[in-house]
Design a protein around this ligand. Structure first.
Ligand code: IVH
Length: 702
């Protein structure tokens, strides 16, 4: 397999690396150009595309003789993000920290009090106002005239949406009032959104036209505002509220409240629910009052924002990384809905774990249709006495899997019976046991359990392991059911057997397949016959051996044969003591590893794989000059350009340690949208925080 160069900083690329990397970039960008321009269905974010483009440019700058004919730098226009010009914000557009309960709100006030050195009796006035679920904008006016408008972007650089903002009816083109009273420069900031009724009407007309439907008002507003053709924006009903400022000259008011009043006289819409509170109690009362109105408000809100009213206090309080110390968002609890739990299914995982899943009568929860919910485990079902046929309240918070939060027992049918959790595997019928102290019941079928075998195979070919294209979950299931792929070795002998005397009817003649698709599959498999040892080890799907542990083991043993030899020795050996010395390997992990490697069937599979594959020794990356060497980093929120595991592996390749929680040991927290308590914690501890984009720049990925 070609080494993955995408994580290597440009100045560390050799000439050969650069040739390979430029080729990869050209190919990847051509694919994305196709999906964006021809198919109108981009599969990556604009930011990711930009990252590819600038990496390409950086490599070309260093290796000027290697520029390819099909390089993106030679193409004019047409790149997705070139649609909008970038705008550098003269004052960054900040984000807000979050608080979730009353104690957090009290803490927020107490922190401010402490920071300012205020006594308990001195009042701190805050403004409480709804947090609008829309898109942040910044609109710059010079001498009263609207000059330029931008999206928030990454807070430092946004997209130029001047023409689109001009079409929004409640955004003034000229500020109101006598010219001599107008500020020389004012950047008015606020939120653009779509009302619930406008959203419904838009979707109705989209449906009639056979056009794409929007998932929720926020998406509709975003889709409407980020239109290259402002005529489309104009035809869409967008609304705005102004609530903040960027650059301003002169600044001649001394409170948030006074600024909002001034916004009104300048001609902006401001939120009528904005109010001044003089204590924690009043702030909480405002939160509750706004919360009660939430459903009946004409627009979506997702919380209440508190902002210290006095600007001199705001100035002293300043910022922690990207969020002001003087403001925070008090989020509303997750969205809930009522539905019927039709059935409880038990799924069997790769390591035999039995997991209950609730199959629901589909229901719309805050704009997303939900038909499955997690039930966690056996005890949870018993504790809540959840039964099939029950009417339940489900809850969805952000991107997490919906949960059943309550059973409405008064709606329960008379003949209902408690759910009896199976004690045998629903797939192979082997006994399912729950070990002492464990929450999970596991199938004891091991290698004879079809469900475990299939899940292991799916894991084996998945993105972070062998990553075999065209061998997705559906195909694995089909091949397993018909018997042509029963274990990992079979994947690599499939082509041989397909052509050979085996009774397998040739793939190319099978329904749903053809000559080309069969050949493509074989080619995709053959392409993955070389794999690095750590990836291979993770691919085996051994219980408790995740990506990190696999990597640590690979680092320690370098090769598969060395690991096998070490595990074959007894518990009193030096080799066993060495094993326990590896970070994250305790006796439980050691036992699972030894058990796996001692199993005869597994040994046969390993021997088969060694015959079919080239398993490359693990080589520790050179991290001496990496900006992340020896640092402990935490990723939080939704990352745009990479999956969590990709981010983790990438950071490790740069010599970082990746942790799951923020503590005093953390050096750096990388945040994406939706970052919550970890970001708060980082700010509290004064840990350095950066956005995904800044992180990519730091490690030279952009
Ligand atoms: S104030 C310096 N007030 O929430 C403070 N933001 O999570 C900057 N938002 O990017 C923001 N309603 O787009 C503020 N009433 C409100 C808001 C609000 C919605 C958005 C804003 C910001 C995001 C931060």
């Amino acid at each position: 397999m070609a080494p993955n160069l995408s994580a290597v900083p440009v100045d560390k690329l050799s000439k050969d690396d650069a040739i390979a990397e430029l080729k990869r970039l050209a190919g990847e960008m051509a694919e994305h150009d196709q999906s964006y321009h021809q198919d109108d269905a981009p599969v990556i974010s604009d930011a990711y595309y930009d990252a590819l483009k600038s990496r390409n440019a950086a490599i070309e700058k260093k290796f000027t003789t290697l520029i390819r004919k099909d390089s993106s730098s030679l193409k004019v226009g047409a790149a997705p993000s070139s649609g909008f010009t970038k705008v550098q914000h003269s004052v960054p557009m900040l984000s807000l920290g979050n608080v979730f309960d009353e104690a957090d709100v009290a803490d927020f006030f107490a922190r401010i009090r402490r920071f300012l050195g205020l006594g308990d009796s001195e009042p701190i006035d805050v403004i409480a106002e709804p947090k609008i679920d829309g898109l942040g904008f910044s609109a710059r006016y010079e001498a009263g005239r609207f000059i330029i408008g931008a999206t928030r972007g990454d807070g430092k650089v946004g997209e130029d949406i001047t023409a689109n903002l001009r079409t929004i009816r409640d955004m003034p083109d000229m500020l109101m009032g006598p010219a001599k009273n107008l500020p020389d420069v004012i950047e008015v900031r606020g939120e653009v959104f779509m009302t619930k009724s406008d959203f419904d009407a838009l979707n109705k007309s989209q449906q009639e036209k056979g056009a794409k439907l929007f998932a929720n008002p926020r998406n509709a507003a975003a889709g409407s505002l980020r239109q290259l053709d402002p005529k489309i924006t104009e035809a869409r009903p967008l609304t705005s509220f102004a609530y903040a400022w960027g650059e301003i000259d002169p600044l001649n008011w001394d409170s948030q409240q006074a600024y909002i009043n001034r916004l009104k006289t300048l001609g902006f819409s401001t939120n009528p629910l904005t109010q001044v509170c003089t204590s924690v109690e009043e702030a909480l009362a405002a939160y509750n009052a706004i919360g009660e109105q939430r459903a009946s408000l004409p627009y979506d809100i997702d919380g209440v924002v508190y902002k210290v009213n006095r600007l001199d206090y705001q100035r002293r309080l300043g910022f922690v990384s990207r969020a002001p110390r003087w403001a925070t968002a008090h989020k509303f609890p997750a969205e809930q809905a009522q539905t019927v739990l039709e059935k409880i299914d038990i799924q069997v995982g790769r390591t035999g774990s039995l997991t209950p899943v609730a199959r629901l009568m589909p229901v719309n929860v805050g704009g997303v249709v939900v038909s499955n919910a997690t039930l966690h485990n056996e005890d949870e079902i018993a504790r809540k006495d959840i039964r099939e046929g029950d009417t339940v309240i489900i809850q969805r918070a952000g991107d997490v899997i919906p949960q059943v939060v309550q059973v409405l027992t008064d709606k329960r049918k008379k003949n209902s019976t408690p759910f009896s959790y199976p004690i045998t595997c629903p797939v192979c019928d082997s006994l399912a046991v729950r070990e002492e102290g464990e929450a999970i019941r596991r199938c004891t079928g091991g290698l004879i359990c079809g469900a475990q075998a299939v899940e292991r195979l799916k894991h084996f070919v998945s993105r972070n392991t062998f990553d075999i294209e065209g061998l997705g979950a559906k195909n694995i299931e089909a091949f397993f059911d018909e018997g042509s792929i029963k274990n990992p070795v079979d994947i690599f002998t499939l082509e041989k057997r397909d052509a050979g005397p085996d009774n397998l009817t040739s793939l190319k003649n099978r329904e749903g397949w053809g000559k080309t698709s069969a050949e493509n599959l074989f080619a995709a498999i053959n392409e993955k016959r070389t794999i690095r040892f750590d990836r291979f080890l993770f691919a085996l799907g051994i219980r408790q051996i995740g990506q990190t542990t696999a990597r640590l083991l690979a680092q320690a043993y370098v090769s598969l044969s060395a690991l096998r030899a070490a595990l074959a020795q007894g518990r009193d050996s030096e080799a066993y003591a060495d094993l326990l010395n590896i970070e994250s390997v305790g006796t439980a992990v050691a036992n699972d590893l030894r058990a796996f490697f001692a199993e005869e069937h597994n040994q046969a599979v390993l021997d088969g794989l060694v015959r079919e594959l080239i398993i490359e020794d693990f080589e520790a990356p050179d991290t001496d000059n990496s900006p992340l060497a020896g640092k402990t980093v935490v990723f939080t929120g939704t990352l745009k350009t990479m999956s969590r595991s990709e981010a983790k592996a990438g950071a490790q390749a740069f010599g970082a340690k990746v942790a799951g929680t923020v503590s005093t040991k953390t050096d750096l927290v990388i945040t994406g949208p939706g970052a919550g308590s970890k970001l708060n914690k980082a700010e509290e501890l004064g840990v350095e925080v950066m956005t995904e984009q800044d992180y990519l720049t730091l490690v030279g990925k952009t």
